[in-house]
Design a protein around this ligand. Structure first.
Ligand code: UDP
Length: 320
């Protein structure tokens, strides 16, 4: 008998991470019972502190590359475990490849056993350094498999292939979200990505490090918009990757200047070497999200950056 898709009981791998923890909050607010598995490699207990007292929330310190066991039914598995900052690509390459391959395999096996819907957190990195812009889901990408970013890009491309294989071969209900650059409260101070670096440096009055000439672009999306998109995708009938991101494309030099202004900082911009294979442009085509999910970003980037500034000001004050 097909289980009802009311999502009463769900597992979130990586639920103590930046995106995972916001997602858990939303799932609880929607009435789900939420189980989190996270090995806290890049996640943190402070991200889920506010959830721990909730009787519908439980946390297990667990590495999801190992066999997964959950007692009782599961309606959905949302696979969000993975380091995701380019700084981690050099620091944690094997862990990234393992969680994308072994972890995805284990999570899909559990979804199959439980008859649960499976939602994969994938990434715009599947497009690599794109030769097409904006990037529609039909673009197959331009990825260097042996470059430093390859560990993440290929792990996620493998995850997508494995997810579709379980869907086609085992009938697992599959959803794939391709997440574009997302920011907001709970990003770690030492995360290493552009937005946490620019805020941390501006608030401290340090030089703001722009890699290369800063002409490379990203489209930045506030985290609550992403969570809206994930929740809509989880409930939708749409199988196949869906881009969730903002169309607000900005160069890294302009982003650095915007953040310095928002902080009211006297920091100056300095330039550092551009890392290998750093994508020159990135912007999602969000036609599918708009038409299939009725989704578009509700919070604009500047409002999101203001909220994020307030978070970093507090986080740095607590840290010092
Ligand atoms: N970047 C930068 N300064 C930093 C950190 C990152 O100029 O201190 C650049 C990085 O080279 C890339 C862009 O900002 O071009 C976005 O990098 P991020 O690490 O946020 O994520 P990515 O989109 O590359 O995965």
């Amino acid at each position: 008998m097909a289980r009802s898709r009311s999502f009463e009981r769900v597992l979130v791998t990586g639920g103590a991470g930046f995106i995972g923890s916001h997602l858990c909050r939303r799932l609880l607010d929607e009435g789900c019972e939420v189980i989190v598995f996270d090995n806290l490699l890049t996640g943190s207990m402070s991200n889920i502190q506010e959830l721990l007292g909730n009787p519908r929330f439980s946390f297990e310190h667990y590495d999801v590359t190992n066999y997964l066991y959950v007692d009782g039914p599961l309606d959905a598995i949302l696979h969000f475990a993975s380091p995701a900052s380019p700084a981690d690509f050099e620091r944690l390459p094997i862990q990234i490849l393992k969680v994308g391959s072994l972890g995805t395999h284990k999570a899909l096996g559990l979804a199959k056993a439980k008859g649960a819907r499976f939602l994969l957190a994938s990434t715009s990195e599947c497009y690599g350094d794109p030769e097409v812009s904006p990037q529609p889901e039909t673009y197959w990408g331009n990825v260097n498999p042996v470059g430093i970013r390859g560990v993440y890009d290929e792990a996620k491309r493998f995850s997508e292939a494995m997810t579709m294989a379980y869907h086609r071969h085992h009938g697992v209900e599959a959803r794939i979200v391709r997440i574009f650059n997302t920011f907001g409260p709970r990003m770690q101070i030492n995360d290493g990505r552009a937005i946490p670096n620019f805020f941390t440096q501006s608030i401290r009055g340090d030089d703001v490090t722009v890699y290369g000439d800063g002409s490379q672009t990203r489209s930045i999306n506030y985290v609550s918009n992403l969570v809206d998109g994930i929740w809509a995708l989880l409930r939708s009938d749409y199988v196949g990757p869906v881009n969730i991101g903002s169309e607000a494309e900005i160069s890294m030099l302009d982003l650095a200047r915007t953040i310095i202004d928002l902080v009211g900082s006297r920091s100056k911009v300095i330039h550092r070497d551009l890392p290998a294979d750093d994508p020159k442009v990135r912007r999602p085509d969000i036609t599918i999200a708009r038409t299939q999910l009725g989704w578009s970003p509700a919070v604009d980037p500047i409002e999101g950056l203001e909220r994020t500034r307030d978070y970093f000001v507090e986080a740095l004050a607590a840290h010092s």
